[in-house]
Unconditional design. Sequence first.
Length: 272
Amino acid sequence: MRDYEEYFRNNRLPHIWCPGCGNGIVMKALAKAIAKLDLDQDKTVIVSGIGCSSRASGYMDFDTLHTAHGRAIPFATGVKLANPELNVIVITGDGDCTAIGGNHFIHGARRNVDLTVILFNNNIYGMTGGQASPLTPVDKKATTAPFGTVDRPFDPCELAKAAGATYIARGTAFHANPLVDLMVKGIQNKGFSLVEAITQCPIAYGRKNKLGDAPNMLKLMGENGVAIDAYNKLTDEQRGEKFPIGVLYQKEAPEYTAQYAKVIERAGGTRK
């Protein structure tokens, strides 16, 4: 058995994801990151919302919460406040996290709660019918934008930075091994960590936008994902559809549960 396989509920497999979906690659990267850190399964909690990516929590052999749409981060915040010794990891998607869950995302980062948020970004609402999400690029088609969306997407990494997150990274399903290391660093960070994992949806997104099959979509990620140092040297014209990957931002700041414990102490109480 490979060291990460013990972290899967084999009786729940095979998974329900469509052929060619990249979610399994990202889930495996998370399992490998946990194995690399040798986290205690009994002290690790995985929380997810609703969507294709959020089904991953059901396949992972930890204490897991499959919560309401967009509410994974507040549920995870409650878990962390109840027991700060736990490793709390959030699995979410581009719609779950940045649309209905957008305010929770912002305030989780603002508070700098010690959570590691793995954002599976496939640029679409895959499970609920292929609607455009806040991260669907301009002019790309979706069931709610059959002639192309005019809404500008925002950058979740820049949003997290502006809101106060202390570790921000981006990887892709193509760059699977580097993605593991980005997750390791995110889990190690004592504060709000975001790892955006760009992944392919060949059925709801790729087919509608004529991006080819899963291997071709992975190839596009490989061509367009550029290490942050190299990306910063490109001109605007050279950048085109390219995007930076790697550790995009990191800083130190007071962590929320530690600060909350000080409030309890000042009030003369004890954590129960």
